[in-house]
Design a protein around this ligand. Structure first.
Ligand SMILES: Cc1cc2nc3c(=O)[nH]c(=O)nc-3n(C[C@H](O)[C@H](O)[C@H](O)COP(=O)(O)OP(=O)(O)OC[C@H]3O[C@@H](n4cnc5c(N)ncnc54)[C@H](O)[C@@H]3O)c2cc1C
Length: 299
């Protein structure tokens, strides 16, 4: 099944039976049959082309900070955009950056250039590509507010350009969750600001995160999307589930909107907790909670 990939791609970018727990912030997930760590856009193009020709499922990841990968892992190919896709170019208030750069790095860089608009992103542990795909946001900021355009690779291997409207951003959603495109590069439009004010805002957001979020344990951030007009954490608290555990997974005792891995949690433990929360929310409050985290792989 994978012979074309193995023969046509450089061997040093291919990992076989790679444990996904090494690539997710949850530290959970069984092996992916094949993981590709592309070094160039051509590597990604080639990998996507071979997968499409051979009907091999493939999945793009960044920092794996919004993923629950199931325990039996992934039958197919994972393409990880990481350290080889971190180039950044700053021209006045425009930043052109590759998808693999970490958001935290990018927001620090923007601050160094006295550019405002990415303060919210400092504590989000994902890549730019993941943030655009998920329309990541915090503290009244969202990536959609600064995206000017996106360059992406289609499943057919074409390089496409999307302006901000064409990205169809909405709450934790973008067109890239639907069109199968790989985000390669983004142009961000920031606003000139005062460096000390930008840094002060970032410090304040970091302080709030440390105080309120269980960043000391592996997690994938907020598990559920926020239903209109409701806050998930306090709702789960009202259900009496704060600190509730299944196996090694726990509804965080610090912030009930997070599930944390307290050591050797399985994906099944996390999924069972998610189902338990959803059932209780339905019974108690007549609310359907939708996961924000992406659940992938074989159960
Ligand atoms: C402690 C903690 C705090 C967090 N706080 C926040 C927060 O405040 N706000 C928030 O919005 N999120 C938050 N998150 C969630 C997560 O960091 C964001 O969703 C982040 O943007 C995901 O980026 P990633 O690179 O890790 O994506 P991944 O988890 O690797 O992937 C997420 C999705 O994006 C897709 N994807 C990734 N890269 C690409 C690409 N280049 N092209 C196409 N598709 C791609 C994947 O296929 C997947 O569907 C938090 C997570 C943690 C662990």
């Amino acid at each position: 099944m994978y012979s074309a990939l193995l023969s046509e791609l450089p061997p040093d970018i291919i990992l076989k039976d790679e444990e996904m727990k090494r690539h997710t912030t949850f530290r959970i997930g069984g092996p992916a049959d094949i993981m590709i760590m592309p070094q160039t856009i051509e590597d990604i193009q080639k990998a996507v082309e071979i997968c499409c020709q051979n009907e091999i499922p493939y999945y793009i990841i960044g920092q794996g900070s919004n993923l629950l990968v199931m325990d039996k892992g992934i039958r197919g190919v994972v393409i990880k955009l990481g350290k080889n896709f971190k180039k950044v170019d700053i021209n006045q208030n425009m930043i052109q950056a590759e998808a693999g750069i970490r958001l935290s790095e990018l927001s620090k860089l923007a601050a160094r250039h006295s550019l405002s608009g990415l303060e919210f992103a400092e504590g989000i542990p994902g890549s730019l590509g993941g943030a655009v795909t998920m329309n990541a946001g915090a503290y009244n900021g969202e990536i959609k507010n600064v995206v000017f355009s996106v360059e992406a690779l289609s499943e057919k291997g074409e390089i496409l350009h999307f302006n901000s409207d064409e990205c169809k951003f909405s709450y934790r959603h973008s067109i890239f969750q639907e069109n199968g495109c790989t985000v390669l590069r983004c142009q961000l439009q920031l606003t000139p600001g005062k460096q000390d004010e930008i840094r002060q805002t970032m410090r304040e957001f970091a302080r709030r995160r440390k105080e309120r979020q269980p960043i000391e344990y592996p997690s994938a951030g907020s598990v559920f999307k926020r239903p209109d007009g409701l806050y998930v954490g306090p709702m789960i608290e009202k259900m009496g589930l704060k600190g509730y555990r299944i196996g090694g997974a726990e509804i965080s005792a610090k912030h009930a909107g997070f599930i944390v891995n307290r050591g050797n949690a399985t994906a099944r433990d996390v999924l069972d907790l998610i189902t338990h929360i959803q059932n209780t929310a339905r019974e108690r409050f007549n609310v359907e909670l939708q996961p924000e985290i992406r659940i992938i792989g074989e159960q």
